[in-house]
Ligand binder design. Structure first.
Ligand code: MGD
Ligand code: MGD
Ligand code: SF4
Ligand code: MO
Length: 744
């Protein structure tokens, strides 16, 4: 019998509502859920193959132990015993920091992983915590922390109401949006134009997003800082638009001298955008009532990442667009967020450098060390050296700079556990791999991504079926790992463990004067939550202390049941202004003045005046790919998903090159041979490669991926190029040399 089951795709940040057609536990078909108030019936080609991902014969189904160099299935009980036997002695002998944890992108899409991460972290007690965020969005979040007092206060364009949208270094038509949960971006962007508005794309590539824009500026890579500084300077001279956000910034006269070197005329050549265009666009941004500047990977993994983010927010403020309808707004997620729980109290955690890495002394940011530290922390002997590593839903061997060094480092670990749905280029180094179960077996709630959604919205997806005997729910695996880290053994009572932690959280919340439930009785709250199965209680707690919650009866509002009952998603309306209540800075204001920005503006000035390299490399997302995975799904193979080096047609012709020829691309870090694809859609002097490829080192495990391995772009990148403030890797705007290559 065929059943129809409402679910959420969760393969990317768009979180599209889907209806799965299921027969005998197999997903036969994926139907877009037209009743979903956010996605409204949109799905992309990846969402269409949820069934193939679930049924992939290469997906791991049992724990795998490496013996004599080969991974072989073992039982869950044996797997947990192994972990305990290996990890605990390392902790005892070498200390807590000797066990490292790396969490990758896959975890953010799975509530049962990221919703339990706090247990893992607090019980591991190691400074060696890493995530892919430092090859990704960390500059965005650190700047939010500095300016607004919370890393989660990320402005996003109010897409459905804006009349002017700038997209800088992002390609949501292909990526489906990032730090911007917006299913069906193309439809939403076309609607801006239909209502008489404009979309401006600022990107060295004429991407799919640029193709639908009203205007495309093929900016030089890394020049966004100069461009935005000139825009900010122009806006400053035109007089900033008076509004709530501007008033919360206090005195901004210091900006005059900071921005003075960056006139449109002075930066035009370096940006490859003429001065009149810069002035015209700045003026348009100021004069359009509903306008927003948005940026993504091309802004946070480039030469001036944190500065560029700071400038984007500054431009939004000066043009009168921050926190206004149709402008750059902050979401109000259903799930409680530090910036939405009660009154404005400065966040004690809003600093970076709470600790420093052992070897290079790099500062922590957002409770994690930059990935640049990982190989050296494994390789360098001494107290605190990483001897054991746990990776979760990650593939740093592909996604981090300098993969060969990381490979060497991983092979010298005393013990490595990976938690992943596949044997990939990283997990193949693990002594033990633990699989996640089929997504059909567990509930999901994309609490991470709804923090950046274009509407205040949440969609709860229940489990479709119970796990089979050999499938362990992610909740159980996460809690067992946490208990092992805590020294409580692999077979302890996970329910009691989780409830003790929840009780602690309730106590803390009750103790916060600003909380909705300040001073209430712990038992009363705890008992109220007990009406639900254990695994749902924290979700309920977070909804109820959140901005729409019922505060456990203290006001009219939602509880878990209300979210669950809205089977196509609960829509609580468009974004609403949140200033000043969102602020968690010590000053209670928006803090614009930061030394890092002044220093970076000085460095930027030098960059503007410097000679520019002949070729620079940028990245590109591919619609039918998902970072380093989903390459094993054969129906996603496609002409547009080739791992080719895109090169400007004129540049290629000048070197006597044509599509299909091989070239060698080199940097100081390495060189790769790759086929080129010539195109008019990329600026002269810029070449692009997608990331996530380079499966030739896979030792089996993914049969389809191996047929079409591509090359790993990160063989060209190194850990020495980082954003100075956050130490986030720079993977865009690398100077490269290109030489013709004879053969494959
Ligand atoms: N289909 C698909 N979707 C995905 C992913 C995927 O792999 N495939 N990955 C997901 C993940 S983890 C993320 S983080 C998001 C990323 O989502 P996006 O950031 O929207 O996607 P990218 O293609 O990385 O876009 C970066 C753009 O920046 C441009 N760029 C590079 N350097 C510069 C520069 O210096 N200045 C300017 N102005 N532009 C520059 C590049 O040309 C590119 O077009 O996508 C997510 N969605
Ligand atoms: N040069 C260059 N490098 C980059 C980028 C770039 O643009 N250019 N982009 C960077 C960015 S933005 C990111 S986010 C990273 C991504 O890189 P990583 O964070 O290392 O992760 P992915 O490549 O997305 O691989 C995710 C893994 O999680 C597994 N997985 C998926 N779902 C689940 C699940 O439910 N449970 C478990 N246990 N495992 C699961 C998948 O099978 C896959 O092996 O790469 C970064 N690296
Ligand atoms: S856009 Fe993302 S969430 Fe939506 S169907 Fe595609 S992969 Fe799934
Ligand atoms: Mo990412």
């Amino acid at each position: 019998m065929t059943e129809h089951f409402k679910s959420t795709c969760s393969l990317c940040e768009a979180c599209c509502g889907v209806i799965l057609e299921i027969e005998k536990d197999r997903v036969l078909n994926v139907i877009p859920d037209r009743e979903d108030p956010l996605s409204g019936g949109f799905v992309c080609p990846k969402g269409a193959v949820i069934g193939e991902v679930d049924a992939d014969p290469d997906r791991l189904r049992t724990p795998m132990l490496k013996t004599n160099g080969c991974h072989r299935p073992i039982s869950w009980d044996d797997a947990f015993s192994q972990i305990e036997e290996r990890i605990v002695p390392i902790q005892k002998e070498h200390g807590r920091d000797a066990v490292g944890l790396y969490v990758g992108n896959g975890a953010a899409h799975n509530y049962n992983l990221h919703g339990n991460l706090h247990h893992l972290l607090s019980n591991l007690g190691s400074q060696n915590f890493y995530t892919s965020g430092t090859v990704d969005q960390v500059p965005r979040q650190v700047v939010s922390m500095l300016m607004y007092g919370s890393e989660l206060s990320v402005p996003l364009p109010d897409l459905d109401r804006c009349q002017l949208l700038w997209v800088i270094g992002a390609n949501p038509a292909e990526s489906n949006g990032s730090m911007l949960t917006t299913p069906g971006f193309v439809g939403r962007a076309n609607a801006i134009r239909r209502r008489g508005g404009r979309v401006i794309v600022i990107d060295p590539q004429r991407t799919r997003t640029a193709q639908l824009a009203s205007e495309h500026l093929a900016i030089r890579p890394s020049a966004d800082g100069a461009f935005l500084a000139a825009v900010a300077n122009t806006l400053l001279k035109q007089k900033p638009v008076e509004n709530n956000a501007l008033r919360l910034c206090g005195d901004l006269t210091f900006l005059e001298s900071w921005l003075e070197p960056f006139t449109p005329e002075n930066v035009a050549d370096a940006c490859r955008v003429d001065a009149e265009t810069i002035t015209r666009l700045a003026t348009e941004l100021r004069e359009t009532e509903k306008a927003a500047v948005y940026g993504r990977m091309g802004t946070t993994t480039q030469a001036f990442s944190s500065l560029v983010v700071w400038l984007m927010d500054l431009v939004n403020i000066l043009a009168g667009n921050l926190d206004v309808e149709g402008g750059a707004m902050f979401a109000t997620p259903l799930f409680a967020q530090e910036n939405s729980m009660g009154d404005r109290v400065p966040s004690p955690t809003a600093v970076i450098g709470k600790w420093r890495s052992r070897v290079s002394g790099l500062p922590e940011a957002l409770h994690q060390l930059p990935v640049a530290c990982l190989p050296e922390e494994i390789e360098t002997p001494g107290q605190g050296q990483i001897k054991a590593l746990v990776t979760i839903a990650a593939n740093p061997v592909i996604s981090n700079p300098d993969p060969n060094r990381l490979r060497r480092a991983l092979s010298q670990l005393e013990f490595m556990v990976s938690y992943d749905t596949y044997i990939n280029e990283t997990t193949q180094y693990a002594d033990l791999i633990l699989p996640s179960p089929s997504r059909l077996t567990q509930f999901n709630y994309d609490s991470w991504f709804y923090q950046f959604a274009v509407r205040n919205y949440g969609r709860y997806t229940p489990a479709y079926r119970a796990p089979h005997a050999d499938e362990k729910p992610d909740r159980e695996v996460s809690l067992r790992l946490a208990m092992i880290f805590a020294g409580l053994g692999a077979d302890g009572d996970i329910d009691a463990f989780e409830m003790a932690a929840l009780r602690n959280e309730i106590e803390n919340e009750i103790g916060r004067p600003a909380s909705e439930i300040s001073g209430r009785d712990v038992e009363e709250i705890f008992n109220d939550l007990s009406r639900l199965p254990i695994e749902l209680r924290r979700l309920d707690f977070m909804f109820r202390i959140g901005p729409f919650g019922d505060g456990f009866g203290s006001k009219h509002g939602i509880r878990f049941e209300d979210v669950a009952a809205a089977s196509s998603g609960l829509d609580l309306g468009p974004l609403v202004p949140r200033l000043p209540n969102l602020l968690r800075t010590a000053s209670g204001q928006i803090d614009i003045r930061h030394e890092f920005a002044q220093e970076e503006l000085r460095r930027l000035k030098e960059w503007v005046d410097k000679d520019k390299p002949r070729y620079v490399l940028v990245g590109r997302r591919q619609l039918r790919s998902n970072n380093s995975w989903m390459h094993n799904i054969s129906s996603l193979r496609h002409a547009t998903r080739q791992c080719t080096l895109r090169m400007n047609s004129d540049d290629a012709a000048q070197s006597g090159l044509k599509s299909g020829d091989f070239v060698t691309v080199s940097t100081e870090h390495g060189s790769i041979k790759v086929r080129i694809e010539t195109t008019e859609s990329i600026a002269s002097g810029v070449v692009s490669l997608p990331h996530g490829w380079g499966h030739e080192t896979l030792d089996g495990g993914q049969r389809v991926s191996l047929q079409d391995p591509g090359v790993n772009v990160n063989q060209l990148t190194g850990h020495n190029r980082r954003d100075p403030l956050t130490n986030t890797a720079i993977v865009n705007g690398y100077a490269v040399q290109i030489a013709t290559s004879q053969c494959e």
